[in-house]
Design a binder for this molecule. Structure first.
Ligand SMILES: NC(=O)c1ccc[n+]([C@@H]2O[C@H](COP(=O)([O-])OP(=O)(O)OC[C@H]3O[C@@H](n4cnc5c(N)ncnc54)[C@H](O)[C@@H]3O)[C@@H](O)[C@H]2O)c1
Length: 331
């Protein structure tokens, strides 16, 4: 029996999830694709063989033909739809962030704990990227010694219409916050934020995070990098360092130059991560065993770091990350 999936949101990310399930995840059937714009849902369904389309997200969640739900609608819909999935007892892969609002993340945690089953996985797919995974394995084996510093760069070609510093912190940077917590195995304690005075509205946001274990993470989120989509990172340990590598399929030597190419967005860079994430999620849904993906607790923590980041942006001073006690349910 295939796992019947209902997908909500068929924009850039949702259409890509549909492609991933259709091409890369055996044992699944795209039962229904939903988008507020029905034409988008239809286009994604036509290119992936999904059986049905709708513009009603709650009809997807409550359909008796849907076993599990993927949420790829815009950020404000994540928490309400995740809550609807929990109420319906359906596993959900929810795109990041779980919510930009800490209180809404806490509501999801409370609902999940009350229902007594871990139903929510948040789409922090970098945990499934081969390059991040390899660096984490080096740390776990002790090859690099203790982790000291993690340098992170997150660059987009150009900003979406409403992207300014706060969105860079609340929508883009949670990827960095989550992967740093996962990589360093420690919660983030404080956040400092600054921006170059020479830049305008879309200038890079620089953050310095300190973890409970005393490591430092420096993050550049540059939503207006122009040259390409580029995610870089270097982990500095006591005995050596490890550098992330984007997938490269050919070295191009041309006209007395060696040429590097960059993708226009995140999909080619993380193509393998999305596929591995979605396969792991389906396996977890089928077996009931969690994978190393992000739980609702992880979603909450990255949003709490973002909230401290926004506070630090406005105050110009380091802000403390306020976390509630971790419920044993998420141990
Ligand atoms: N994991 C990642 O690497 C990654 C990358 C990009 C985006 N995202 C996340 O994915 C989500 C979608 O981003 P996107 O770039 O695809 O945006 P998008 O604007 O391209 O697509 C959003 C789609 O949702 C539809 N929509 C809006 N309200 C809806 C509703 N109530 N019900 C159903 N559909 C609705 C819109 O019509 C649109 O087609 C965002 O939350 C974003 O943070 C994650």
């Amino acid at each position: 029996m295939s796992l019947r999936i209902g997908l909500i949101g068929a924009g850039i990310m949702g259409a890509d999830h549909a492609r991933v399930f259709a091409e890369e995840v055996p044992g699944t059937a795209l039962q229904v694709i939903c988008d507020a714009d029905r034409k988008r849902a239809r286009a994604a369904a036509d290119s992936t063989g999904a059986l049905d389309v709708t513009d009603d997200p709650l009809a997807v969640v409550n359909s008796s033909k849907v076993d599990a739900v993927v949420i790829a609608a815009p950020d404000p819909f994540h928490a309400p739809l995740a809550l609807a999935c929990i109420a319906a007892g359906k596993p959900v892969l929810c795109e990041k962030p779980l919510s930009q609002d800490v209180a809404k993340c806490l509501a999801v945690l409370a609902a999940e704990e009350k229902c007594g089953r871990r139903l929510v996985q948040v789409g922090f797919m970098r945990r499934f990227d081969p390059s991040y995974m390899e660096i984490r394995s080096l740390l776990v084996r002790g090859d690099l010694g203790k982790a000291l510093v993690f340098h992170c760069f997150h660059r987009n070609v150009s900003p979406a219409y409403d992207f300014r510093a706060e969105m860079a912190i609340c929508n883009s940077a949670p990827h960095e916050f989550d992967v740093a917590r996962w990589m360093l195995d420690s919660e983030i304690r404080t956040v400092s934020v600054c921006r170059p005075r020479a830049g305008g509205d879309t200038a890079p946001v620089l953050m310095m995070l300190e973890t409970e274990a005393g490591q430092l993470v420096n993050v550049e989120v540059n939503i207006s990098a122009s040259y390409g989509y580029d995610v870089r990172g270097e982990l500095v340990g006591e005995k050596g360092t490890a550098v992330l590598r984007a997938p490269v399929h050919a070295d191009i030597n041309l006209g007395l130059k060696q040429i590097n190419t960059y993708p226009a967005d995140w999909r080619p860079r993380f193509v393998e991560a999305y596929a591995r994430q979605n396969r792991a999620w389906v396996k977890s849904v089928n077996t009931g065993n969690p994978n190393h993906g992000a739980s609702a607790w992880d979603g909450y923590c990255s949003t709490a770091v973002a909230a401290a980041g926004v506070e630090a942006l406005h105050s110009g001073k380091p802000a403390k990350v306020e976390l509630t006690a971790k419920p044993p349910f998420y141990a």
